[in-house]
Design a protein around this ligand. Structure first.
Ligand code: NAI
Length: 245
């Protein structure tokens, strides 16, 4: 029986690359996002082993129903990738309470709620794998992304706490910390800010932005049985950005 993977934010960027890699690796893939048109188009390119559910994950009340719908249709969830995320680039003093809460809600609280719902089914199955996506923002102090940084640091702490609590149920929990990867999100943050882009590249020993496929390969490894004794790790996929001088 094929493993079933749910990938949030799977219609674009890193999430879509993970979906492609998982299908190549013989998983069935369910992508979740807000935009039905984008999700349908992504599934067309992914092929018959893909499906989608439309859900705004910032609406926490919708999450248990979403998980139940996936289980009713596909029978199980073996892998959950908490990839959906939003960024906001603003100086600290301009960030409103609403701005801050929106980022935390989307990037972190929804990942917690979805994991809690999915982990209940994984516990019954006796096995499962959760993969969170953090960011270099949780490693060093990046200016102008205060809420994003807080949300991604929380994702890393949550990864370790979840790994410890869910291991006895056979559920592994890991995290990937991507460096600067060429997607829409990073284009918005970097292309209009050549100084920031120059700084990113100057402290990335490999001297380039990453490709979504490079994050996807790491995600596939961590989700596969090859990683059966790995839990609670934060894996940088960053061309050395986190250790760059
Ligand atoms: P992206 O903007 O292409 O992907 C984000 C996805 O999340 C989109 O498909 C979007 O529709 C979905 N999403 C956002 N809010 C949602 C909501 N409320 N409900 C459902 N879906 C929602 O950007 P990218 O770059 O692929 O980002 C994917 C993840 O990787 C994010 O968590 C991001 O923080 C993280 N990341 C990206 C880096 C980069 O350089 N591109 C670096 C480090 C982390």
């Amino acid at each position: 029986m094929k493993k079933v993977a749910v990938i949030t934010g799977g219609a674009s960027g890193i999430g879509l690359a993970i979906a492609r890699r998982f299908i190549e690796g013989n998983f069935k893939v369910i992508i979740v996002g807000r935009d039905t048109i984008k999700l349908r188009a992504a599934c067309k390119t992914l092929g018959d082993e893909s499906d989608f559910f439309s859900c705004d994950l910032a609406d926490l009340t919708a999450i248990p129903g979403l998980v139940q719908q996936v289980i009713d249709k596909h029978g199980r969830i073996d892998i959950l990738v908490n990839n959906a995320g939003i960024n906001l680039k603003k100086p600290i003093l301009d960030v409103t309470d609403e701005d801050y809460q929106k980022i935390i809600l989307t990037n972190q609280t929804s990942a917690f709620c979805l994991t809690r719902s999915v982990a209940g089914f994984m516990q019954e199955q006796g096995a499962g794998c959760i993969l969170n996506i953090s960011s270099m923002a949780s490693v060093y102090g990046l200016p102008y992304v205060i809420a994003y940084t807080a949300s991604k640091a929380a994702i890393e702490g949550m990864t370790r706490a979840m790994a410890v609590e869910l291991s006895p149920a056979g559920i592994r929990v890991n995290c990937i910390a991507p460096g600067f990867i060429k997607t829409n999100m990073s284009s918005v943050a970097l292309e209009k800010d050549p100084e920031r882009k120059g700084k990113v590249l100057s402290r990335t020993p490999m001297g380039r932005l990453g490709k979504p496929e490079e994050v996807a390969n790491a995600a596939y490894f961590l989700a596969s049985d090859e990683a059966s004794f790995i839990t609670g790790v934060i894996l940088p996929v960053d061309g050395g950005n986190s250790i760059g001088f």
